[in-house]
Design a protein around this ligand. Structure first.
Ligand code: SF4
Length: 426
């Protein structure tokens, strides 16, 4: 039987989709293109209206040929709307998502005993409601392990629907995180990415994410690298920033800044000052040699006039981000800013987004060019491909045409930046 998985949204969704795919592959299913698939799983996102539109368009298309399971944040908030797209659609809420890990066995035995695929899916009982079920065993075929330590968010940023879909912040106990990390290490991984919806909101027994990272670094061996998926500025404190000086902390950071205008940040109920963001960036650059610092920015938020936009543009230009993820603002139903009238008209918003994308392309190119001749570590992935500590995708060139071992870390000198290549130092 053929299966296709279509993913929208964040890195957490991507990682969870990969794990689900592996479970299906293990159970004898074939991962195919969507046009050959008997079953399509859509892991959806609600962050923008565009992401939802795209999900609807694709679900309709998939349902013309296949059974479709829809999960993720949009499925959570728009259950009825999604269900109404086709009779072939079955919705799994966020709580039921982890059950998809055991769905392949159920389908195999139900179809074997004569049920149609549709009946097999609707007869499935979701028993696994653990938000943290995607553990080490579900990442066994990946080069790096993703360890989800937090879910949900207690902030109610004016534009964000994620917090409505995901609910309040919850997290794994630090002992459980360490136990899972040690299990991952024992399986032979060399890199763990800590993930969460709002990772820096992690706060077990008042120790924050900084306390958790300290505990992990103390427990893990010298060969294990740690990477943080994203750092919301409001909970980034000195304790967390101090941990970045450990060489196992990878020089790759992502900060959802959204705007560099204090007025716009306050209008969107973001709880930090732009001075705090500057401080975080300064500490990151102090802790690491030319780290890859990426950010999210939203063009056209309510309250963003020409002056506020230029403040943001200048800030992003002066701070030289290696990558910027630019989102044109779209009002989301149910959010505090939904009815705001002081937002830029769409044409202006899109022009601003375009300017930011061009700025991002320039800074990315400069960042990559600066890597020439540097000695970097790179984690081997598919074939000769890999990802460096500072999160650049590149080719690993080994002597005598040898192929790198997946999951291994190599040290190499950057010998070309276009295409990005490292010659391994052995
Ligand atoms: S911090 Fe704000 S933008 Fe991020 S998930 Fe929470 S509410 Fe949404």
């Amino acid at each position: 039987m053929n299966i296709y998985i279509y993913t929208l949204g964040c890195r957490l969704n991507q990682a969870e989709s990969e794990s689900i795919a592996e479970r299906f592959r293990n159970a004898g299913f074939t991962l195919s293109g969507w046009s050959d698939a008997d079953l399509v799983i859509v892991n959806s996102c609600t962050v923008t209206a565009k992401a939802e539109q795209k999900a609807r368009r694709m679900i309709r298309r998939f349902a013309e040929r296949s059974e479709v399971i829809v999960t993720g944040c949009y499925a959570e908030l728009g259950r009825d709307e999604v269900k109404a797209l086709s009779e072939r659609v079955t919705v799994f809420s966020l709580k039921e998502k982890a059950s998809l890990l055991s769905l392949p066995e159920h389908i195999s035995s139900a179809v074997h005993s004569g049920l149609s695929l549709h009946d097999a899916i609707v007869s499935f009982t979701c028993r696994n409601t653990d938000l943290f079920a995607f553990d080490a065993s579900s990442f066994q075929y990946h080069s790096r392990a993703y360890l989800k330590v937090q879910d949900g968010c207690d902030n109610h940023c004016g534009y964000c629907r994620t917090t409505i879909a995901r609910g309040p912040s919850v997290f794994l106990s630090s002992d459980e995180v360490v136990r899972r990390a040690l299990e991952i290490e024992a399986r032979g991984f060399h890199e763990i990415m800590l993930t969460g919806v709002n990772l820096t909101m992690y706060d077990h027994e008042g120790n924050g994410l900084g306390g958790l990272v300290e505990k992990l670094l103390a427990a893990l061996g010298g060969g294990m690298r740690l990477r943080l998926s994203s750092m919301e500025p409001d909970h980034v404190d000195d304790r967390l920033l101090e941990t970045l000086y450990d060489s196992r902390m990878q020089p790759h950071f992502h900060i959802p800044i959204q705007s560099a205008s204090q007025y716009v940040l306050e209008r969107a109920s973001r709880r930090y000052s732009i001075e705090h963001v500057e401080y975080i960036i300064r500490r990151m650059r102090d802790a690491k040699d030319d780290p890859f610092i990426a950010c999210d920015v939203i063009a056209g938020l309510p309250g963003e006039g020409e002056k506020e936009f230029m403040d943001t543009f200048r800030f992003l230009d002066e701070n030289g981000f290696a990558a910027m993820h630019v989102f044109p603002y779209s009002p989301r139903p149910g959010t505090p800013l939904y009815g705001a009238r002081d937002r830029a008209e769409e044409r202006v918003r899109d022009e601003r987004a375009e300017k930011l994308r061009k700025l991002s392309a320039r800074h990315s190119a400069e960042y990559i060019a600066r890597q020439m001749g540097k000695k970097l570590e790179i984690l081997a992935e598919e074939g000769n491909e890999g990802t460096t500590g500072n999160y650049l995708k590149g080719r690993i060139i080994l002597p005598h045409g040898r192929v790198p071992v997946r999951g291994m870390i190599y040290e190499g000198v950057v010998t070309s930046t276009d295409p990005f290549e490292l010659s391994a130092v052995l």
